[in-house]
Design a protein around this ligand. Structure first.
Ligand SMILES: [Fe+2]
Length: 228
């Protein structure tokens, strides 16, 4: 008799360490943007400051140009491994986050894109809030079948994790499918934690070359209600 264990529908995340970026330059720019736009934008952040979006055509004229380059190159590595072929990636948006003591980001996904990512430009020595990935909610009920924690090694087998943490590290970039739920734990550090998040779209080259994708935006035709 031979046993074969299959892992169905695995969820990848890609962690790139030692991304060669100049964090001093990025941090200075982040603080400059925060000074110019102290209100920023509020999305998943509970406390903390989040910038408005930077978008692809303009980002390369800012100190985030190199980060844009590495985010794209690393997402191509992720996309190739995920199985995409003949495709083009495009950054849909990138934004900055400064979390201080007590700040966190509630559980969310990045709808509207294929890949999401985060780069850490400043990470305090201790307790600045881990990035937490969550098993899809519909699977959370399986905990009910597992009984109490003493029954099994809940934290040693990837197939029964309900959460999984990434410890933030300077010069590390994490890329993940945009539909994967995640959150950021509360920072307990007196120092700032600076990260930059981004979303990437995947475009099929076939669709681009054959103009299946719309080349321009058309206004919605004014169709009488009776014909809709
Ligand atoms: Fe996020």
């Amino acid at each position: 008799m031979k046993l074969r264990t299959e892992h169905l529908f695995p969820t990848p995340i890609w962690i790139f360490d030692d991304v060669p970026l100049d964090n001093d330059q990025i941090r200075n720019f982040v603080y400059q943007v925060q000074k110019d736009d102290p209100d920023g934008m509020r999305k998943s952040n509970m406390g903390g400051w989040q910038s408005n979006d930077f978008i692809a055509p303009y980002i390369d004229n800012t100190p985030l140009g190199d980060l844009h380059h590495h985010a794209t190159a690393n997402t191509y590595t992720a996309g190739d491994e995920f199985g995409f072929r003949d495709y083009t990636l495009k950054l849909s948006n990138m934004w900055m986050n400064i979390n201080k003591k007590g700040d966190s980001n509630h559980i969310h996904t990045h709808s509207g894109s294929m890949f999401a990512g985060v780069y850490y430009a400043k990470v305090p020595n201790c307790c600045c809030g881990e990035l937490k990935f969550h098993r899809p909610m519909q699977d959370q009920c399986i905990k009910e079948y597992w009984g109490c924690n003493e029954n099994f090694d809940r934290h040693e087998e990837a197939m029964n994790f309900t959460e999984w943490y990434v410890q933030p590290k300077e010069n590390t970039m994490v890329i993940f499918p945009s539909w994967l739920m995640h959150s950021v734990d509360k920072s307990a550090s007196d120092d700032d934690r600076i990260s930059l998040s981004f979303n990437m779209h995947v475009f099929s080259n076939y669709y681009r070359e054959n103009e299946v994708y719309p080349q321009k935006r058309y206004n919605k035709p004014n169709v009488p209600l009776s014909l809709k």
